[in-house]
Design a protein around this ligand. Structure first.
Ligand code: ADP
Ligand code: ZN
Ligand code: ZN
Length: 805
């Protein structure tokens, strides 16, 4: 009999990163299974843990028993448990972090558990001892536990009568609606009606109303409207026991107010037909293959996703669609809901944890078969996957920047191999890695080179801002852009102005001596915020007021420099007072739903100019936009990151794609101080392939991906000498273990050498094939832990990093 459970405990530390054996108490033998969470004694504490496997016996002589299960059925299936092993190995994280990454936050946070009678099921169906606890349809887990009824309840969970639900503390939990049901047999309606007192005509009518709706439930409001009666009449029927009230869950649907226009598949064009055929073949045959769907914006990629998903659904399988967080707009979601209606769940970070949990439960309960979501939706607990689609596959937000540091693309490919299904990576500007893999035949490339409407890509002007300055134009708008802006205003057409705010675009600088105000804790300049006339550090949150005079030379000419969105807005208002402007940046979009509200009102023509940062680069598709201006194309080029040219190219291409998507032709103006840079020049020609070739040469010269893999080790501590010393030792250790063809750079100070008063050093490992890498880094972590962790040093390892700072 298997009554030993191997458990991963919820203590993220080096010493506890392994399975511990526990005894399964007799009453739970056979019911506790892998993938369930349990409460176990751990030292003096009780902690939660995940059951990984069951065994007949353990090497440990005296086993402590499991205290109790936390779930009555597994929350992670076999696939996800297996994937946790791979994820742990692949990203060098603790097993517990990998397991938790797969569950919605509501299940990790502090919560209360409830047992709930399933929808459409009567309390009568419960065994006698449980019934009194469920008269209201819901019982606290604690009270069932105290009554010793958990094992019985678990049986009912297995039978599909009860369900465990997490109530998020302090937040709204499940949303309930009270419904009325007929509580007598439908055949007896007439006899019961005639038994009512003669003056109770209204009550009789209501009762007769149920003749056609015997097994349906109605809310009080619905019933009084439909049966033409009042709440008090209905209440008297409840009192007489002829109707019953039951509380039922309704899902919080963040998109509930909207109605979706049902859409049907469009007849595909020839090029779409050629692209979709191989995908459909793999869906039919159930064979894994990774496709790179390379197609310019507006070339009909989304329609291909939709029709592929349709085939998957016809096969009785499920689909995951990943979309970058900022592109997960209602417009985007509507396209999927419009085609598949209630089959679609949506997961993104704008949802409250309760809402996310609701969506997750729809997946788990198999109420939906399509999930559209940001990065973590790749873990959706589907069991019969037929396709995984990653739109805008080049987006760096698919990489998680905390443990586990996974890339959604790798997880998607792993799952597709497990399920035998295709993965479709879609992009107009694929990541160099993916395009290189497609060129080598590792992925299969599918091309869409024409835009749907055969419309030309917008024409792009590059404006050299140095030239503008030389000719006496000190404004942030070039003459070219300004003329076009005025022109659109007079024609009533819309403009999008894009400001690349990454990089330090609005810092405080002394015009006389060049002094820049820095954060005292981090080696980075402070960002100016006009609203409070203050300066803030984006890394540690440090704030200070703008000085009146320069701390270095006491000059009064110290003020903000560069172009924040607020500054641009001010300038615009001055130059074009008649223009109606909507500004979208972190300051105007912090409130929930504000992002969407701003976009909607722009779409409705309530403004002439939409001014914003990164967040407006995607998904924006309005017919009246005929001009796109990029105020400073090069801020991102100067970030110390080997991907900066790639990111610049992608961003410029994406922004340009916002203009002229419909019948009106579009124009783009890109302002730059480095017009000769190939990423700027080639983006203006919409020439991805030449950019790819040129960038590959740079990557080869620098031994960067896709020619080499990289891993980044970062060490930090308050004491600079300590960091230097330890990072030298660690780099030496890595060097001694790895092969001669691997390049090990450093240790050197990180591009941001200090954050929150901790000095940071890094070592960069570049390798083509390094079988000993995982083992070496693991040993490094273990040794580090033993020798240095107690001294306050921290180390982080990022395999395939996307942030090099
Ligand atoms: P992408 O995802 O590549 O940006 P979309 O799928 O959004 O492209 O297509 C661009 C536009 O063309 C959309 O308005 C879409 O409805 C339309 N479209 C796509 N495929 C077809 C088709 N086969 N016939 C007619 N219109 C299409
Ligand atoms: Zn000065
Ligand atoms: Zn700081």
């Amino acid at each position: 009999m298997k009554n030993v459970a191997s458990v991963i405990v919820d203590v993220a530390a080096m010493q506890t990163d392994r399975c511990f054996d526990y005894l399964i108490p007799a009453e739970w033998t056979g019911s506790i299974v892998p993938g369930m969470r349990v409460v176990v004694p751990f030292g003096p504490r009780k902690v939660q843990g995940f059951v990984m496997e069951l065994k007949e016996k353990s090497e440990v002589a005296k086993l402590k028993p499991i205290v109790e299960p936390m779930d009555l059925k597994p929350v992670l299936n076999n696939e996800l448990l297996t994937m946790a092993d791979w994820l742990t190995e692949h990203t060098l994280c603790f097993k517990i972090s990998a397991l938790q990454a797969m569950l919605p936050a509501a299940m990790k946070a502090k919560y209360e558990k409830q047992l709930v009678v399933e929808k459409d099921i009567h309390v009568e169906n419960l065994p006698e001892p449980l019934r009194p606890h469920f008269l209201k349809g819901t019982a606290q887990w604690k009270s069932i536990e105290a009554a010793g009824l958990l094992p019985l309840a678990q049986q009912e969970v297995k039978n599909g009568i009860l369900e465990v639900v997490y109530k998020v503390k302090g937040k709204t939990n499940k949303k309930m609606i009270r419904k009325l049901y007929l509580s007598i047999a439908p055949e007896t309606i007439e006899t019961e009606a005639s038994a009512l007192p003669p003056q109770a005509k209204k009550q009789r009518d209501v009762l007769m109303f149920w003749k056609d709706h015997a097994d349906k439930g109605f809310s009080m409001k619905e019933l009084s409207e439909r049966a033409g009666t009042t709440a008090s009449t209905i209440q008297s029927l409840v009192k007489k026991g002829l109707l019953v009230q039951q509380d039922e869950e309704i899902y919080r649907d963040p998109f509930e107010d909207r109605t979706f226009k049902q859409t049907t598949p469009l007849p595909l064009t020839d090029q779409q037909g050629r692209a979709i055929t191989p995908i459909l073949e793999k869906i039919e045959s159930g064979i894994q293959e990774t496709f790179l769907l390379y197609g310019v914006t507006g070339s009909g990629k989304t329609e291909i996703y939709l029709q592929s998903i349709q085939r998957v659904l016809e096969q009785g399988k499920e689909a995951i669609v990943l979309v970058p967080e900022i592109a997960l707009t209602p417009q985007m979601v509507n396209r999927f809901k419009g085609r598949f209606g209630n089959e679609v769940a949506v997961l993104h970070s704008g949802l409250s944890s309760g809402e996310k949990y609701d969506e997750w439960r729809k997946i788990e309960r198999k109420e939906v078969r399509v999930v559209v979501g940001a990065r973590s939706a790749v873990f959706a607990p589907f069991e019969n996957l037929g396709i995984i689609i990653i739109d805008e596959e080049h987006e760096t937000s698919y990489k998680q920047e905390e443990n586990p540091r996974y890339h959604a693309r790798d997880v998607a490919i792993w799952r597709s191999e497990y399920h035998g299904c295709p993965v479709v990576l879609g992009s107009a500007t694929p990541s160099l890695e993916s395009f290189a893999r497609a060129s080598k035949g590792v992925y299969t490339r599918l091309n869409l080179d024409k835009r749907m409407n055969d419309g030309p890509l917008p024409s792009v002007d590059i404006v050299d801002m140095r030239e503008e300055l030389r000719e006496g134009n000190r404004s942030m708008f070039s003459r070219n852009l300004f003329e076009k802006l005025e022109d659109r205003l007079s024609k009533g057409e819309q403009t999008v102005l894009f400001l690349n705010r990454r990089g330090h675009s609005s810092f405080i600088m002394c015009r006389d001596c060049g002094y820049v105000v820095q954060c005292p804790n981090c080696d980075i300049s402070l960002t100016y915020h006009r609203f409070s006339n203050g300066m803030k550090c984006h890394y540690c949150g440090y704030e200070e007021r703008v000085p009146e005079t320069c701390p270095e030379c006491t000059s009064e000419h110290i003020r903000y420099f560069g172009t924040g969105t607020q500054k641009v807005e001010e300038e615009l208002t001055k130059l074009l007072p008649q223009a109606r402007i909507i500004r979208m940046d972190v300051d105007t979009t912090t409130r929930k739903g504000s992002h969407e509200r701003l976009l909607t009102s722009f779409g409705e023509g309530k403004a002439d100019i939409l001014l914003g940062t990164q967040m407006i680069a995607k998904g924006l598709d309005f017919p009246n936009i005929t001009l796109v201006g990029v105020l400073s194309a090069d801020t991102m080029l100067h970030i110390p990151d080997f991907r900066s040219a790639e990111k610049t190219f992608q961003l410029l291409t994406q922004v340009s794609g916002r203009a002229g998507r419909h019948s009106l032709p579009g124009e783009v103006v890109i302002q730059t101080y480095t017009p000769e840079h190939y990423s700027v020049e080639l983006a203006s020609n919409h020439d991805y392939e030449r950019f790819y070739e040129q960038e590959m040469v740079m990557r080869k010269m620098g031994s960067y991906p896709p020619f080499y893999y990289i891993s980044l080790v970062t060490i930090s501590h308050e004491d600079l000498m300590k960091v230097v010393d330890v990072s030298e030792k660690m780099t030496g250790f890595i060097r001694s273990r790895l092969s001669g063809t691997t390049k090990i750079l450093g240790p050197v100070a990180s591009p941001i050498p200090r954050i929150k008063n901790r000095y940071r050093y890094q070592c960069l490992i570049k390798y083509k094939r390094e079988p000993r890498l995982a083992e070496t880094l693991k040993t490094l972590l273990e040794q580090f832990h033993q020798q240095y962790a107690s001294q306050g040093l921290t180390v982080s390892i990022d395999v395939n990093p996307y942030v090099m700072m």
